[in-house]
Design a protein around this ligand. Structure first.
Ligand code: PA5
Ligand code: NI
Length: 193
């Protein structure tokens, strides 16, 4: 790992960073229980374990003072009426923020706090999104092309996937009449923490 200043190139159309250390690929099989229509999920999985999203990370120590960063690419598609999306997570250290810069595609960030607030912000090329401390976040691709974002967050933040795996997000983004719509998640249930 470099401990001198470094640069890398981030260029379209693909925006794969010219330097990266990890390439994470998440397929449908790793999202069992996360989509609201289990029958649609099983039907799609029976056709093959589709690649839903990818992350290119630059390695930095997971400690305060560092800034972890990379690129997230959510591919287009749907499970039933629900668009392809990331797992989503709270940061383990709740009081840590994250910043996203949308490079390509159309989508939304679905967010919520442990206190019951929720928010959805549209993502399109050139748009910056600031996710404040305490807000869980999930990227959703509502378009026909890849949704590509650059992200950066504090090195000590950590990922808490378990809370969202158990309770889901309050809001879902689904396609209705050919357009994205925000709806209540019928399966959302608050777990005590
Ligand atoms: O740090 C982030 O929030 C992003 O880099 C996400 O990790 C990325 O978009 C993949 O989502 P998730 O970690 O929820 O699978
Ligand atoms: Ni995050």
């Amino acid at each position: 790992m470099l401990d001198t200043p470094f640069t890398f190139e981030l260029r379209g159309p693909g925006f794969v960073p010219s330097r990266h250390d990890n390439h994470i690929q998440r397929t449908l099989a790793s999202m069992r229980g996360q989509y609201c229509d289990p029958a649609a999920y099983e039907a799609l999985l029976a056709k093959g374990d589709a690649l839903l999203y990818e992350v290119y990370e630059l390695n930095r120590p997971h400690k305060a003072g560092e800034v972890l960063h990379g690129i997230s690419i959510v591919h287009p598609g749907r499970v039933g009426e629900e668009y392809f999306m990331t797992k989503g997570h709270f940061h383990t250290v709740l009081e840590t923020a994250e910043i996203y810069y949308c490079l390509s595609g159309q989508g939304a960030m679905v967010m919520e706090t442990p206190d019951g607030e929720w928010a959805v912000e549209a993502l399109s090329p050139g748009r910056v999104l600031y996710v404040p401390p305490r807000w869980a976040h999930r990227s959703v691709n509502t378009g026909a092309e890849d949704l590509i974002t650059f992200f950066a967050y504090p090195g000590h933040a950590g990922h808490d996937y378990g809370t969202i795996e158990q309770q889901g997000f309050r809001k879902l983004i689904v396609e209705r009449d050919g357009r994205p719509e925000i709806v209540d998640n019928p399966r959302w249930k608050k777990i005590t923490n």
